[in-house]
Design a binder for this molecule. Sequence first.
Ligand SMILES: NC(=O)CC[C@H](N)C(=O)O
Length: 312
Amino acid sequence: MPIASQPVQDILHEVYHEMQPHIGEGKVADYIPALARIDPKKFGMAVVTAEGEVFTVGDAAEPFSIQSVSKVFTLTLALGRIGAGLWSRVGREPSGTAFNSIVQLEHEHGIPRNPFINAGAIVVADVLLAGHQPRETLGEILQFFRYLSGDDSVYIDEDVARSEQATGFRNAALANYMSAFGNIHNPVEKTLGVYYHQCSLAMSCEQLAKAGLFLANGGRNPVSGLTVVTRERARRINALMITCGHYDASGDFAFRVGLPGKSGVGGGILAIAPGKASIAVWSPGLNANGNSATGTRALELFAKKSGWSVFG
Ligand SMILES: NC(=O)CC[C@H](N)C(=O)O
C-alpha cells in the first residue's frame, strides 16, 4: 500500500473541509426517539495509526450509538469462545439483502448468511450468552470495548436499549424464526436482550478507532502490546468486513473506499487500513441502504488522499 504522502492530520482537515457542503445529507434513523433526535449536522472522524498516534476532526470526542458496528467486536468474542464452530451456525457470504431481511432464512434453514446482518449478529449474541446470564454476557462485552479502547467511560445507553426492545419486531421475528430451526439455543428474549444492549453501546469516533486498532495491526494492539486475536483471525474478520460489512451496499463500499468497513444505523462506520490505521467516522444521515451517507463519502475521500486501499 502506498505510504500517505501527507501527514494524516492534514488529510483529515482537508476531508473535513471538503465535507462541509455534504454535512447533514441523508436521513437520520427515526425508528426510535433516541436516534431520531440526534443533530444531523454532527460530523466526526478519528484515525489511530498502527503506531498508536491519534488524529481527529469535528465531533470525534462525542459518544454516539454505535449500533451494528458492535457486530465486529461480538464476532471477535464469539470466535474466541467457540472458534470455527461458529461457521456451522452462521455463513460467510454477502447477503445482497437489507440488514434486517428475513427472506433468505427459510431457504437456508435458519442459518444466516453472515455475522453482520441482524440475523447473524443475533446468532453471535446467542453464542456469547451460552452458559451465562444476559447481565454477565453484557458485562463481558462492555469490558471488551473498554479494554480495547483503553477507556472505561464507554457505556451502554439503557434508554436506547429499552427503545430497541420496544420496537424490535423484526429482530424478534428473526430470532424466533431461527429458534424454530434450532439455531437459537437460549430463550429468545434473553438473546435479543443481549443484542439490543450491544447495539446501544455509546462510543466516540476516537474510542471506536482505538477499539478497532488490533484489526489494523495483525491482531495485536500496538498501544498495550497485547495480542487480541491471531494474525490469521484479524485477516478473516477484515475479509468479512469488506464483503459483508455494509449489507447490500458492501460492493459499493469496497469499490468506493477499498477498505474493510462496518456501518451502523447510528451513522458510524469503522474502517480498517491493514498495516496503517483504524479509522472511525460519524455522520448520522443515512443513505437508502442504512449506511452513513457523508461518512462513506468522507472515507472515500480519505482513502483517495492517503492512497490507503487493500486493492493496491
Ligand atoms: N444496521 C444497524 O445498525 C441495525 C441495528 C439496529 N439496532 C437493528 O437491530 O435494527
